[in-house]
Design a protein around this ligand. Sequence first.
Ligand code: ADP
Ligand code: MG
Length: 243
Amino acid sequence: MNPILEVNKLSKSFGTSTVLHNISFTVHAGEIISVLGPSGCGKSTLLQLIAGLQQPEAGEIRLRGEIAASAERFVPPEKRRINMVFQDYALWPHMSIYENIAYGLRRQKIASSVIKERISKLLELLRLHGLENRLPAQLSGGQQQRVAIARALATEPDLLLLDEPLSNLDMRLRIEMRAEMAFLFRQLGTTVFHVTHDPDEAFAMADRLMIMRAGAIDQIDTPQVCYSRPATLSAAMLLGAGN
Ligand code: ADP
Ligand code: MG
C-alpha cells in the first residue's frame, strides 16, 4: 500500500530567505507524526505546502502515491482530501455548532441524513452532545477547539493537519486535550500530521517525532529513541527543554 504522504527533497523560499531546505519524509496510514521545532523553523510553511496553500520551489509532495505538488503539477487544496485545524479554530461566529460542522459536508453534496448521523457520532466522541444549537461564543475555549476538530474529522480526510492546535488554551486544558486527542485519533485510525513547539504535547501525541531546526530535519524517530538518543545537540536541547 502507498504511504498517505511522501515528501521528497522539498524546498521553499520567500524572497531571498530559504525557509525549507531539501526536506524528505514519509507518513503511513494511521500514524500520528508530531513535528517539533522552535518558532520560525518552518513548521507552518511545511503544513501549508502539504495542504496546497503554498507552492514549493523544488521537490515533490505525493498523496496516496499521486503527485500533489511538483515542478510540473499542482493539485488544488480542495482536491487533496486533507483537512486542517489551526491555532485560532476559525469557527463561524454566526453559525450554530451543528451548522459549523455541517457546512463543509453540504458543500461536498453529502445527503443530509448522512450528515446528521456523522455529526451525531462526532458530537458524542468529542463530548459536545447537547451543545449543537449553541453559538461558538457560548462555548469554552476547549469546547470550541473540539468543535474545530469535529468539523475537520467530519469530512473524513485522508490526512489531518494540526498547526499548534492547543496553544490558545490554558495549561490544564492543554494537558487534558492532548491526551484526549491522541486517544480519539488512535480510536478512529486518523492519520495526523501535528505541528507544535511544545515537547510535552509532541510526546503525548506522537507515534513518531520529526525534529526540525532552521528549515531542515534533525531526526525522525519514535519519541523514546529521540529522547534517549537525540541525533544532534539541538535536538537534545529541544527535548530537554520541556516545561
Ligand atoms: P514556524 O511555524 O515554525 O514558526 P513558519 O513556517 O511560520 O515557522 O515561518 C518560517 C519562516 O518563514 C519565518 O522566518 C517566517 O518569517 C517566514 N515566512 C513564513 N511565511 C511567510 C510568507 N508568507 N512570506 C514571507 N516569509 C514568510
Ligand atoms: Mg507556525
